[in-house]
Design a binder for this molecule. Structure first.
Ligand code: COI
Length: 359
C-alpha cells in the first residue's frame, strides 16, 4: 500500500493560507489535501491516494454512524530551521493505531503504509507546515472508520482510512497557561475491559458531558477517576496527567488498560529520568494527591498530549472545594520539560533518543 497524488490543484490561495498560518489556533483550518485508502474484507487494503480535502460521501447506514466503529491518531509535523520537516516518534502512533484497530475490530494498517500516508500528505501540503520560528506545527490526524452500509451489529467489511492535516498553535485558547481542572465524581471515562486504552472516538464522546460540567464550574478540563472506586486518577478528556514531588519523583498513573498510552507521556518519563527525576508509574489516589498538594509534598502538576504538549495544572476544583497546585502558576520543572521536548521536536537540540523521522 503506497499513497500517490493525482490532483495537484490547491483548494486555498496563498494569501488566505498566510492569513491562517499567522494565527491558526487549534483544529480550525484544514489543508489542501488528504490521504485516503480503503479496505475491503475480501481484498484487504487498496492503493492509497492523496486527494483534495473535502466532504466524504457516506451512506446514512454506514456502520460508523450507528455503532461508532472508529479510531484515530494525532501527531505533528515540525519544521526545522533548515526548512526540513520532521515528525516525532510516528512509529509509536502506527503501533497504537494497530492496537486500537484490534480492540475495535478494524483492520490493522501496516506501519510502513501509515508512515507513507503521513509523508504523502505532508509532501502535498508542504507550504502548510508553519515556519520554524513559531511554536506552531502541522497537526496530522489519521483516522479509520467502518463505512459499510449495514445495520447488523458486527465488525464492518468495508473500512476507510484518511489522514487530514490542520495547522496548529496552542491547544488551549488561553495558550500555555495553568489549567483549572474539575474533578468529576459522577462520570467515568472508561472501565475495566472497555476501550479506555484505545484511541477511539467513543472515549472522547463519553468525556464531553464531563467537559461541559467542568466549563460550568469555570474549569478548562475534566479529570476522570477510575470507574470502579472513583478514587484514583485516570486521565483528562484527552490528556495524561503527571505530578512532581518536592523530593524529585515524577508520578503518573500506571497503564491499567483504561487510560491512553500517550506517546508524549512515554517521552516525558524518559526525559525526566535523563534529568535525574525518579519516574514512577503507579496508582495515584486522588485524596492523597490533594493532601500532598496541601502539605507541599507535590509541587507541580501538568497535563500532556500531542496536541497540548505539556500544560501546567494550576488548580483542581470539585464539589468539596478547591486545591491550588504550588502557587497556582506554571511549575519550573514542568516548563523545563516542555522546553526540552519542544527543542527536540523543532531540532533545536540534538535528538539523542532518535525520536525524529524526516518526512
Ligand atoms: C492529541 O493530543 O493529539 C489528541 O488526539 C487529543 C485531543 C485532545 C486533541
Amino acid at each position: 500500500l503506497a499513497f500517490t497524488q493525482t490532483d495537484q490543484a490547491r483548494r486555498i490561495g496563498e494569501d488566505e493560507r498566510a492569513r491562517i498560518l499567522a494565527d491558526p489556533g487549534f483544529g480550525q483550518y484544514y489543508t489542501d489535501f488528504m490521504a485516503h485508502a480503503s479496505w475491503r474484507e475480501a481484498c484487504g487494503w487498496d492503493r492509497g491516494e492523496v486527494v483534495p480535502f473535502g466532504p466524504l460521501y457516506l451512506s446514512p447506514a454506514a456502520a460508523v454512524l450507528h455503532y461508532g466503529q472508529e479510531i484515530f491518531e494525532g501527531l505533528k509535523a515540525f519544521r526545522h530551521a533548515d526548512g526540513s520537516v520532521w515528525t516525532f516518534r510516528p512509529e509509536r502512533n502506527a503501533e497504537r493505531l494497530q492496537r486500537s484497530a484490534r480492540r475495535l475490530a478494524l483492520p490493522e494498517l501496516p506501519t510502513e503504509a501509515f508512515l507513507d500516508s503521513l509523508r504523502a500528505v505532508v509532501t502535498a501540503d508542504e507550504p502548510w507546515v508553519p515556519e520554524a520560528t513559531s511554536e506552531e506545527s502541522l497537526y496530522l490526524r489519521p483516522f479509520m472508520f467502518a463505512s459499510e452500509e449495514f445495520l447488523g451489529v458486527r465488525a464492518a467489511h468495508a473500512v476507510e482510512y484518511y489522514v487530514i492535516a490542520s495547522p496548529a498553535g496552542p491547544y488551549f485558547p488561553r495558550g500555555v497557561q495553568p489549567l483549572v481542572v474539575w474533578i468529576t465524581d459522577e462520570y467515568a471515562r472508561a472501565g475495566a475491559g472497555g476501550t479506555g486504552a484505545a484511541k477511539c472516538g467513543g472515549n472522547y464522546a463519553s468525556s464531553l458531558l464531563g467537559k461541559r460540567e467542568a466549563a460550568e464550574h469555570g474549569a478548562d478540563e475534566i479529570l476522570f477517576l477510575d470507574s470502579e472506586t472513583h478514587t484514583s486518577i485516570d486521565e483528562l478528556s484527552g490528556m495524561n496527567v503527571f505530578a512532581i514531588t518536592a523530593d524529585g519523583r515524577l508520578l503518573t498513573p500506571a497503564l491499567t488498560g483504561s487510560i491512553l498510552e500517550g506517546v508524549t507521556r512515554e517521552s516525558i518519563l524518559r526525559l525526566a529520568a535523563d534529568r535525574g527525576l525518579e519516574p514512577l508509574e503507579q496508582k495515584l489516589e486522588m485524596s492523597e494527591i490533594l493532601a500532598q498538594l496541601g502539605s507541599g509534598e507535590i509541587t507541580e502538576m501538568f497535563a500532556c498530549g500531542t496536541a497540548a504538549v505539556i500544560n501546567p495544572i494550576g488548580e483542581f476544583r470539585a464539589h468539596g472545594g478547591s486545591w491550588r497546585v504550588g502557587d497556582g502558576g506554571s511549575g519550573e520543572i514542568t516548563l523545563a520539560l516542555r522546553q526540552e521536548l519542544t527543542d527536540i521536536q523543532y531540532g533545536r537540540v540534538p535528538d539523542r533518543h532518535g525520536w525524529l523521522t524526516r518526512l
